[in-house]
Design a protein. Sequence first.
Length: 276
Amino acid sequence: MADQAFPTGTLMAGKRGLIMGVANKNSIAWAIAQQLAAQGAELAFTYQGEKLLRRVKPLAESVGSDTLLDCDVTNDDQMDATFAALESKWGKLDFLVHAIAFAGKDQLAGSFIDQTTREGFKSALDISAYSFVDAGRRAAAIMNDDGAMITLTYLGSERVIPNYNVMGVAKAALEACTRYMAADLGPRGIRVNAISAGPIKTLAAAGIGSGRHMFRFNKAASAMQDNTDSKGVAGAALYLLSDLGLSCTGETHHVDGGFHAIGMPQEGPLRESLAE
Ligand code: NAD
Ligand code: 0WE
């Protein structure tokens, strides 16, 4: 059964959707999956290669899902097979969760202008932005007319975050893709939105050079003086993917403790540290 910490209800009863991007129990996509399941959604999961199946399978089973599809988003055959499998299992789809990003490790350190190679740029934008367009097109082809899709983004698209580098450019593209997809699918009643989450300790955030400083700084400089909780991201996902989100599309919604809204630190340790 779904984690008790996720409020239960029937907001997603009768809705079926695909979750792309669970790697382990810390994945943002897993928090979202648990919240949707707790509201009655029926879920299918993709995983990136056999190595991750071992982790994802027990998680999927714990929310009553037996649909696990091997899908690397750079592999057209696997993308074809994923959506063919969903169509034959369910016929129609109600929602899509895209929580996938990747840039080569060499691209995520040091100077943006010096470190960003043509290949690094191409692959970051392919995996982190184009994959949402590709999955969105395939999902829309089998989606009910009141369906919805979300992706996950980060403030590094709007502001310079040290070392985020080409991923910031990929997230800017992803947010623009969200708006164009919303326009294309809007007439069908399908909504497309992005959630801009603050830093959360997941596999994708592990091993980043300035990690410790980043979490401390986000805590000190955010409106709520705290780090982002993936439960808040899951709650926003539930709103955007359920009928609560009616008429909301093309939006990038920040769930980051208000970090994005602050222009200068409030009273507190950060301002104190600058006192003479
Ligand atoms: P995570 O490592 O748990 O998830 C990232 C997922 O991307 C993994 O499941 C991985 O298998 C998948 N992936 C990477 N390349 C892929 C490929 N070629 N094909 C298929 N799948 C691939 O980390 P997360 O933090 O939960 O990341 C999920 C999303 O949230 C990402 O888009 C990330 O940019 C975004 N995000 C994360 C944070 C954060 O601080 N953790 C903040 C804002 C946004
Ligand atoms: O989107 C992300 C991270 C996505 C990511 C993570 C990795 C790590 C392993 C993409 N590609 C890779 N490639 C790898 O080899 N986040 C929002 C988390 C994150 O990553 C950062 C951050 C934040 C926040 C990197 C530098 C600075 C800040």
